[in-house]
Design a protein around this ligand. Structure first.
Ligand SMILES: CC(C)(COP(=O)(O)OP(=O)(O)OC[C@H]1O[C@@H](n2cnc3c(N)ncnc32)[C@H](O)[C@@H]1OP(=O)(O)O)[C@@H](O)C(=O)NCCC(=O)NCCS
Length: 146
């Protein structure tokens, strides 16, 4: 398995991952827009011909926001998210980012544990931020030492 940059032909695979992994998945149109803009950096976890995960970081240096991080259900707990996150943080450092922020559903234990492992700390809560179902967002951030 390796990590590589997103290509235009990945849009359908990302839409598939979105549907499998998120309660409010992004459409192909949204994915295409983010592919075309200059501030979203999208990395894919690839295995032979299959895409098993992806991550999207929005960089407006010196700040960045982790927009998405997802791995197909049947391929979880194999370290794929960690590889994606390492690559995303490397891109942030190269682009002069000093703080990375993210939001995560309060009950999303796997993601919260992953972010804590990577040194993200909770710095706020957004009450009832998510829908389907309604749920608080935990706000987290990580300071990067460039
Ligand atoms: C969160 C997610 C990306 C993790 O992907 P993954 O490839 O399975 O994660 P990894 O195998 O790289 O695990 C890395 C770390 O994450 C944490 N983690 C992963 N799965 C976990 C679980 N089920 N319970 C608790 N911690 C977990 C652990 O800290 C783990 O480190 P460890 O193996 O040393 O304990 C995956 O569960 C997913 O796609 N979830 C749905 C989408 C989502 O919620 N994305 C985050 C939105 S903010």
């Amino acid at each position: 398995m390796w990590i590589r940059q997103m290509l235009a032909e990945d849009i359908k695979d990302i839409a598939y991952i979105e549907k499998e992994c998120f309660k409010e998945p992004w459409s192909e149109k949204i994915i295409e827009e983010m592919y075309k803009n200059s501030y979203d950096f999208i990395e894919m976890a690839q295995e032979s011909t299959k895409t098993i995960g992806y991550a999207n970081i929005r960089i407006l240096a010196p700040e960045a926001e982790l927009m998405r991080l997802a791995v197909l259900k049947e391929r979880r707990n194999e370290g794929t998210a960690q590889l994606l996150l390492n690559k995303i943080l490397l891109i942030c450092k190269c682009k002069g980012v000093s703080v990375v922020r993210l939001e995560v559903r309060r009950d999303n234990e796997p993601a919260t544990a992953l972010y804590k492992k990577f040194g993200f700390v909770q710095n706020g809560i957004r009450k009832d931020y998510y829908s389907h179902p309604t749920e608080d967002a935990i706000l987290m951030e990580k300071i990067l030492n460039n």
